[in-house]
Design a protein around this ligand. Sequence first.
Ligand code: FMN
Length: 296
Amino acid sequence: MALLSVLTPVLALVLCMVAGFLFLKSRAPETSPGVAGQTKGPTKKEFRPWADQDLQDDTEITRGDDDEWVENNEEEDLAHVPYSPQRYPEETMLQRAKDFYSLMSQRRSVRFISPEPVPREVIDKVILTAGTAPSGAHTEPWTFVVVSDLDTKHKIRLIVEEEEEVNYRQRMGDKWVHDLARLRTNWIKEYLDVAPYLILIFKQTYGILPNGKKKTHYYNEISVSISCGILLASLQNVGLVTVTSTPLNCGPQLRLLLKRPANEKLLMLLPVGYPAADATVPDLKRKNLEEIMVAI
Ligand SMILES: Cc1cc2nc3c(=O)[nH]c(=O)nc-3n(C[C@H](O)[C@H](O)[C@H](O)COP(=O)(O)O)c2cc1C
């Protein structure tokens, strides 16, 4: 009896602690198994299935062993040279602005591509043009893999379709699938076999110098995205079509297939060619100037 009266407060205390623990656990967000601090089983607001697991922006990459990294200021001093690009009279400027807008406003994402061959030299120049993009500290953190080999294109298609089917059926969620329905896209990507060229754009999350040391690639994702924009404009300029695609969660498999190093991550896949004779596009409208510009 004496023992029971001693144990009762202890028992009550233990019960209170268990109840408190259960209460707090029910309120706390679950953490993902792999990454500390990241939420799993997110609420509706947090659900972002399009955020590719492989494609975190690594600009703040953990440097680990400092000896592996080179300090950029170890590089040679750079000469500065005069720069005087062509200047146009105002009416020519306006005409050129109108002409370029007219060209670019005809750009559409085309998912029906002709197998007709495209001169390789044109593709080379288009990629050279993409390489004129600005980049963080002029690191040029891009690799454009141009695939025309039939067997490799087919392997890419198999990888993409397999992942995309899982994306559509399981990962994307009802809202995203619903939003895409009107574009009539699905996981069947015939253009990956048919298009004469597939251009896979990789961002280099860091550079590797000839001496094996690593070099920081500042803002690599923004830099490569700008370069992709210039690539799209260049394709439009030569009368070729493509569809901007970001094959969700296919990056690691495609990187291995294409034998790219571990510092490279797939950002975009562009099938390139002439449009198929019977190609159609969704009848989308673009926002007008007042909707996209704020003048202050
Ligand atoms: C970052 C990004 C990712 C995209 N991913 C895909 C994709 O995976 N598959 C696809 O068919 N279209 C994709 N698109 C194309 C868009 O659906 C298309 O740009 C949009 O519907 C507007 O049409 P437009 O390009 O003809 O103006 C993507 C576009 C962007 C900018």
